[in-house]
Design a protein around this ligand. Structure first.
Ligand code: NAD
Length: 466
C-alpha cells in the first residue's frame, strides 16, 4: 500500500490538500491502519473470522476476537483451536502478538476497526435470516465512535449494509452518523462491505493472494477499508458502493450453484445414456478457453453455495423479479440426495436385497472432502432419507467421531469403525476424503455406491457410480 491520505473524491491521494480535504479523524484512522497501530476487533470467531484474525495478527496488528459463544472464547483464551485446519500453535503465536478473545462487547469502544463475520443462514421458509447481523449491530451501536471503520463481511443480499446495518449503528448514544458522500462531518464513523472468499480446505492459493473486493459507503470509507485490506491482501478491488460488493459475492456463488446444477443434471442424463460424465468433464477441461470444470455430487453443502443464492431470490421479489436460474439450480441440486438414495435402493435390488432392513455405511459426512464442516451437508439428508426407508445406517468420517443435531437434523450417531466395511450390505461414498484407502474399501465391501468418483481407476463389479 503506497503512503496516502484520504479525500472525498474517492482517489487515494499522495498528500493532504488535493481534492476536498477529509476530516482529521479519518486521516488519523488511516495513519493508524498504515502504522499497524489500529486496534482491530473481529466479530464472529468462526471459519471466516478466526483465520482473518490470524492474518491481521500476523501483520502485527492488535486483534480482539469477539464471540457470543463462550466455549470458543475459552478455547482461544487457552491457546487452543476448534477448527481442524488451524493449529493451536497458530493461536498461541497470535496470542504472543496480543490476540485476545472475548464476549465482552464493551471492548468494542476501544477498537479502531470492526469487521463483522457472523452467520447469515436461511430461516425455515428459506428466507434470509439476518438476526445475527442485527444482533451484532445492536450490540456494537452503544460503543460506536467517530473515526471507527466498520466492515461487514457476512454474505448477504445487496442493500443489507445500507438498509439494515447502518440504521442500527446510527442509533448510537454519541450521535455519530455513518459518513456518506457529500454529507459527512467531523463526527462520522465509516462503513464498508467486503465479501469473504474463503474456500475451506483449498491449499493451492495462499489467502493473501485472493483479491479482496471492497465497497465503501462513501469514498473515505472505501479508502480506509482498502488500506486495511491492503495490509494483508496483495490486491484490493474497489467497487462503487456496498451493494455492488454484496452483489459481487452473490454472483460468484450463484455462478457456482448454477454450474454445479448443470453438471448434476447432465450426470443424470449420462447415467441413462451409459456415458461417464467424469470422463466427459476431464475431456472438456482440456479446452484452453471458455470452459471451467464443475463436478457433480450428492448435493450442495456448506454455509455458502446452498444458501446465498436464495438471499438474492428473496430480495429480487421486492423488485417484482423472478430469479429463474437460481430456482432451477436449487431444484436440481436439492434433488441430488434423493437421487443418491434411489441409487442405493436399485443397487441393492440388483443384489436381491431391499433397502428396508439393509445395513448401509455412509462414508464421509462433511460437506466436502478433507474439511471438518457439516453445515448443510447432503450426507445428513441422505442418512435421514435412508433411515426413513428402513435402512440401518451407520457412518464413518475421520473428522467427526459423533454427529449430533443441528438446525435441520437430529441424528445423534456415533462413528462406526472403518474395519467393519465388509459387514454392510452397501457402502455409500458421500464425501471423498483423501484419508480413505478406496482400493481396500472396494476390496472389503459387498457393494459400493460412489457419488464422487472416488473409486476412479478401480475396476470392480461391486462399484456403482451414481
Ligand atoms: N465458511 C466459509 O467458507 C465462508 C466463505 C465465504 C463467506 N462466508 C460467510 O461468512 C459469514 C460467517 O461464516 P462462518 O463460516 O465464519 O460462520 P461460523 O458459524 O463458522 O462463525 C460465525 C461465528 O459468529 C458467532 N456469532 C454469532 N452471533 C454473534 C454475535 N452477535 N456476536 C459475536 N459473535 C457472534 C458465532 O458464535 C460463530 O462463532 C457468513 O455470512 C458466511 O456466509 C463463509
Amino acid at each position: 500500500m503506497p503512503e496516502s491520505t484520504l479525500s472525498r473524491t474517492g482517489a487515494t491521494e499522495s498528500r493532504i490538500g488535493q481534492g476536498t480535504p477529509s476530516p482529521q479523524v479519518a486521516q488519523e484512522s488511516l495513519s493508524k491502519i498504515q502504522s499497524r497501530s489500529a486496534r482491530i476487533g473481529i466479530i464472529g470467531m468462526g471459519y471466516v473470522g478466526l483465520p482473518l484474525a490470524l492474518l491481521f495478527s500476523d501483520q502485527k496488528f492488535q486483534v480482539t476476537g469477539f464471540d457470543i459463544d463462550r466455549e470458543k472464547v475459552k478455547v482461544l483464551s487457552e491457546g487452543g483451536s476448534y477448527i481442524y485446519r488451524i493449529l493451536p500453535a497458530e493461536i498461541q503465536a497470535a496470542r504472543a502478538q496480543g490476540f485476545r478473545a472475548t464476549d465482552d462487547y464493551a471492548q468494542v469502544r476501544e477498537m479502531d476497526v470492526l469487521i463483522i463475520c457472523v452467520p447469515t443462514p436461511l430461516n425455515e421458509y428459506r428466507e434470509p435470516d439476518l438476526s445475527y447481523i442485527v444482533g451484532t449491530a445492536q450490540a456494537i451501536a452503544p460503543h460506536v465512535h467517530a473515526g471507527q471503520l466498520i466492515v461487514l463481511e457476512s454474505t448477504t443480499y445487496p442493500g443489507t449494509t445500507e438498509e439494515v446495518l447502518v440504521p442500527i449503528l446510527e442509533k448510537n448514544p454519541a450521535g455519530v452518523k455513518a459518513a456518506r458522500d457529500g454529507a459527512a462531518g467531523a463526527g462520522n464513523f465509516y462503513v464498508a462491505f467486503s465479501p469473504e472468499r474463503e474456500d475451506p480446505g483449498r491449499t493451492d492459493i495462499a489467502r493473501p493472494d485472493i483479491p479482496k473486493v471492497v465497497g465503501g459507503l462513501d469514498a473515505i470509507a472505501g479508502n480506509l477499508a482498502s488500506a486495511l485490506y491492503n495490509s494483508i491482501f496483495r490486491r484490493v478491488v474497489r467497487v462503487s458502493k456496498p451493494a455492488a460488493a454484496e452483489m459481487t459475492k452473490l454472483l460468484e456463488n450463484i455462478y457456482r450453484c448454477v454450474n454445479i446444477a448443470l453438471v448434476n443434471e447432465l450426470k443424470l442424463l449420462c447415467l441413462r445414456m451409459g456415458i461417464d460424465i467424469w470422463e466427459v468433464i476431464e475431456a472438456a477441461k482440456t479446452k484452453p478457453f471458455g470452459f471451467q470444470a464443475f463436478y457433480p455430487g450428492p448435493g450442495l453443502g456448506g454455509h455458502c453455495i446452498p444458501l446465498d443464492p436464495f438471499y438474492l431470490s428473496w430480495k429480487a421479489r421486492e423488485y417484482d423479479f423472478q430469479t429463474r436460474f437460481i430456482e432451477l439450480a436449487g431444484e436440481i441440486n436439492t434433488g441430488m440426495p434423493y437421487h443418491a438414495v434411489r441409487a442405493v435402493g436399485s443397487a441393492l435390488n440388483r443384489h436381491k436385497k431391499a433397502l428396508n432392513g439393509s445395513r448401509v455405511l455412509v462414508l464421509g459426512v462433511a460437506y466436502k472432502k478433507d474439511i471438518d464442516d457439516l453445515r448443510e451437508s447432503p450426507a445428513l439428508t441422505i442418512i435421514e432419507l435412508l433411515q426413513k426407508e428402513g435402512a440401518q445406517v451407520a457412518y464413518h468420517d475421520p473428522y467427526f467421531p459423533r454427529v449430533g443435531h443441528g438446525r435441520h437434523y437430529k441424528l445423534n450417531m456415533e462413528r462406526a469403525a472403518l474395519d467393519t466395511v465388509g459387514q454392510y450390505d452397501c457402502v455409500l461414498i458421500v464425501t471423498d476424503h483423501s484419508d480413505y484407502d478406496y482400493a481396500r474399501i472396494v476390496r472389503e465391501a459387498k457393494l459400493v455406491v460412489d457419488t464422487r468418483n472416488a473409486t476412479k481407476g478401480i475396476a470392480s463389479p461391486k462399484i456403482v457410480h451414481c
